[in-house]
Design a protein around this ligand. Sequence first.
Ligand SMILES: NC(=O)c1ccc[n+]([C@@H]2O[C@H](COP(=O)([O-])OP(=O)(O)OC[C@H]3O[C@@H](n4cnc5c(N)ncnc54)[C@H](O)[C@@H]3O)[C@@H](O)[C@H]2O)c1
Ligand SMILES: OCCc1c[nH]c2ccccc12
Length: 291
Amino acid sequence: MATNIPYIELSNGVLVPQVGLGVFRMSDQEVENSVKWAIQNGYRHIDTASFYDNEEAVGRAIKDSGIDRKYLFVTTKIWNNIRGYDETIAQFNKSLEKLGLDYLDLYLIHWPAQGFEEDWRAMEDLYKAGKIRAIGVSNFKAHHIEQLMKNATIAPMVDQIETHPYLQETDLHEYLQSKNIAHESWSPLGAGLNKVIDNPVIKELADKYQKSPAQIVLRWHIQRGEIIIPKSTHEERIKENIDIFDYHFDLTPEDMNKIAELDSDQRVGADPDDTDFLDKSMTYTNQNNAK
Ligand SMILES: NC(=O)c1ccc[n+]([C@@H]2O[C@H](COP(=O)([O-])OP(=O)(O)OC[C@H]3O[C@@H](n4cnc5c(N)ncnc54)[C@H](O)[C@@H]3O)[C@@H](O)[C@H]2O)c1
Ligand SMILES: OCCc1c[nH]c2ccccc12
């Protein structure tokens, strides 16, 4: 079993287990199995979203795990069709009820869709009322954060953005560091679509360190100080993805640089400035998780 998972300390002192399990595009049955295996193998952090339509399954799996709630870190997100203060509060309460929880560890605005300033005001109030331990954003570029901060009284503690060796977001990473906002990486493995883990440089490093290509990529994120939420529905891979903290497993600065050279501006998801995507997402019903 994986032990000694490090934590990242957020600007408000909250500790986030540096590896969590992402559950995008998982059926309820997959969620229940995967979350169970994850918790059995040392995960204490789960990343879902109202858009993933599986918060109830996450809630059931948490309950069935028998782990004391206070040892778990649970994130969910508000979708782009929610607009305004009251709607945000209502959506938060709905998510909490589906998850079967009485507080959240982290609540994120999923995308920088127009009107996010009002959603943020509601999130600040939920945070101040003690219903959320940390609040943040997702898919925000520096200019979105600057816009948010014009009216905000609390700065986001986390920005969850697409990051992997083919999309390293180095400038945004430095911006987030300068603002003391934790960088959380979605699709940390490149989502299996764009062959990040088949890259010859990654494979060569896997041979050198006697680890899998996925473990090399995940370790690279960890050494950049990011929080990661790799997804898998297979018990062996779930175990593998957190087994990256052996004391001798440390990529050298030269090997970190070899991975840095793979940066090639290739996205899995939408560009957060793509207003077309954001407009369409307002009416998007999640067909992947249709029940
Ligand atoms: N905030 C956002 O907009 C946003 C967007 C996408 C994903 N996310 C979050 O990030 C999580 C992870 O992202 P993701 O699921 O898109 O991509 P990922 O990079 O975690 O890749 C997952 C895929 O990689 C493969 N894989 C996993 N472990 C492996 C291993 N050890 N060896 C070989 N292949 C392996 C599998 O095919 C799996 O489906 C999501 O589940 C979700 O929680 C957030
Ligand atoms: O968190 C997942 C957000 C999302 C919605 N639609 C998508 C399409 C591609 C990648 C991510 C997303």
